[in-house]
Design a binder for this molecule. Structure first.
Ligand code: NAG
Ligand code: NAG
Ligand code: NAG
Ligand code: NAG
Length: 317
């Protein structure tokens, strides 16, 4: 295991250089979270991530999506596309099922306090995950990467989502004004980071397993590549780290294991609303929807950034 971590350290050194290439070429990206937004706007932006997690976790573990449990939370948003029951081992299934129910609670908490938002169109198809993974690794999977095929693939796909929610909550809290919103987001952050920690621990145990869809790339390497992709899409430096890091990114510069991603003080990284949108759209541009949210995210913040030119085929949603 230690050997894998060391090898990866060399690889990361090379890749992080390529990292600086901007994806978003036509605008200088903002890395300031100080945007004109109310507490309601900020927690409603988070609902987009919570809807995505709810569907992904519930469908994968129970075979049923959010609407089967609470049909009113989506507020008439379009049916999510592509999620399905995953072929999970019994323990992972139980864990993911619990996470799914937790997301329903999170959505209810935000909806009860703010009235909620319409669920955006969610693209949870195998093709969409394969597209993100292919981009992370830099080549096409063969056979195609299927997040629902087995526990390992599902955990790798899960690596993509709660962590984005976590960084968004860390980024939002300093800008919240009211006590009840701070309390809400602190509570959401606690559980979200717990989910991320569990997913990363389960992956850490499998760090040396190879992913045949990518010709024997290990789980640890793949997590690094996903993190590098997210850093690239977010365009605001290192906010994301894989399971094995060079010592200068490890806790107190003393370790290469990296179950929890954090900064030099071992504090969680934060992301702004724009970074969240860039990463989840997969376009590196908060104005240009795609990826998990092909018609754009909902709520005032996301809609404020959305460029109507890219709205194209999404009249229906
Ligand atoms: C955010 O922007 C407002 C208006 O420009 C300014 O008054 C405030 O001090 C800024 N807050 C932070 C934390 O930068
Ligand atoms: C669905 O969530 C809403 C918002 O919290 C709540 O008012 C409603 O009772 C829930 N419905 C069910 C069936 O749990
Ligand atoms: C979902 O993503 C895949 C891969 O990018 C794409 O082929 C498909 O058209 C998308 N589906 C929707 C409904 O946006
Ligand atoms: C770890 O190394 C980095 C870069 O070399 C340095 O900036 C940081 O202060 C070091 N942290 C500790 C706790 O020594």
């Amino acid at each position: 295991m230690y050997k894998t971590c060391l090898l990866l350290v060399l690889v990361i050194g090379v890749i992080s250089r390529i990292d600086a290439t901007p994806v978003n070429s036509h605008r200088y990206p903002s890395c300031s979270g100080n945007i004109s937004a109310t507490d309601v706007d900020l927690v409603q932006l988070a609902m987009n991530v919570e809807f995505t997690e709810a569907e992904f976790f519930l469908k994968a573990s129970t075979g049923k999506g959010l609407d089967a449990f609470n049909a009113t939370l989506a507020k008439g948003g379009p049916a999510p596309v592509g999620a399905r029951k995953a072929n999970l081992d019994p323990i992972t299934k139980r864990i993911i099922e619990e996470f799914g129910y937790q997301e329903i609670g999170h959505l209810r908490a935000i909806a009860d306090m703010t009235g909620g938002i319409r669920r955006p169109l969610l693209n949870l198809t195998r093709e969409n995950f394969a597209m993100f993974m292919d981009r992370a690794v830099g080549r096409r999977s063969n056979p195609r990467f299927d997040p629902y095929a087995n526990t390992r693939n599902y955990l790798l796909a899960s690596y993509y989502i709660p962590y984005v929610g976590l960084t968004g909550y860390v980024g939002a809290i300093p800008y919240l004004v009211y006590f009840n919103f701070k309390r809400l987001v602190a509570g959401l952050l606690g559980v979200e980071s717990g989910q991320d920690g569990v997913i990363r621990t389960l992956l850490y145990e499998r760090q040396d397993e190879t992913v045949e869809e990518y010709g024997g790339v290990t789980v640890a390497e793949l997590t690094n590549e996903i993190s590098i992709l997210r850093n690239k899409l977010g365009m605001c430096g290192i906010k994301d780290e894989g399971l094995c890091v060079p010592p200068w990114l490890g806790a107190e510069n003393r370790t290469t294991s990296n179950i929890l991603a954090a900064d030099a003080y071992s504090l969680s990284y934060d992301r702004t609303p724009q970074e969240i949108l860039r990463v989840m759209y997969g376009t590196g541009d908060e104005h240009r929807p795609g990826g998990f949210w092909p018609c754009g995210a909902n709520g005032r913040i996301a809609r404020m950034f959305l460029d109507k030119r890219y709205y194209g085929n999404c009249g229906a949603c």
